[in-house]
Design a protein around this ligand. Sequence first.
Ligand SMILES: [Zn+2]
Length: 134
Amino acid sequence: MPNTTPSHILSIIKMRCPNCRKGAMFTQKSIFPLKGLLMMPEHCSVCHQKMEIEPGFYYGTGYVSYALSVAMLAISFVSYHLIFGLSYKDNSFFYALGSSISIVLLLQPITMRLSRVLYLNMFVKFGKGSSLNS
Ligand SMILES: [Zn+2]
């Protein structure tokens, strides 16, 4: 096994445990079936880091996914403007709004997972474990 430190950004994108950056954070590799979308192992399979640090830990992810959704909405709206152009003379504003909202809704399963990964990364530092030791 190579003894290199996996990149932080890459470990977030690959949804790995923040403590070792190797163990998978979700039981299912794919988001389908959606029923098992947020199923997580109790402990990391590599370093035994607890995945749910305290009861109800992931309630705070609502704020993270809200921020991610607003950012995605803004990005897709600006992208629409740059690609197709917006005008107040036709309905293009509503098309842009509709397509942006659709994109955000379609990406919601990934946003939910990513917000959990980011949230756990805020509390668990690489190689140090949780900062919420009880
Ligand atoms: Zn781990």
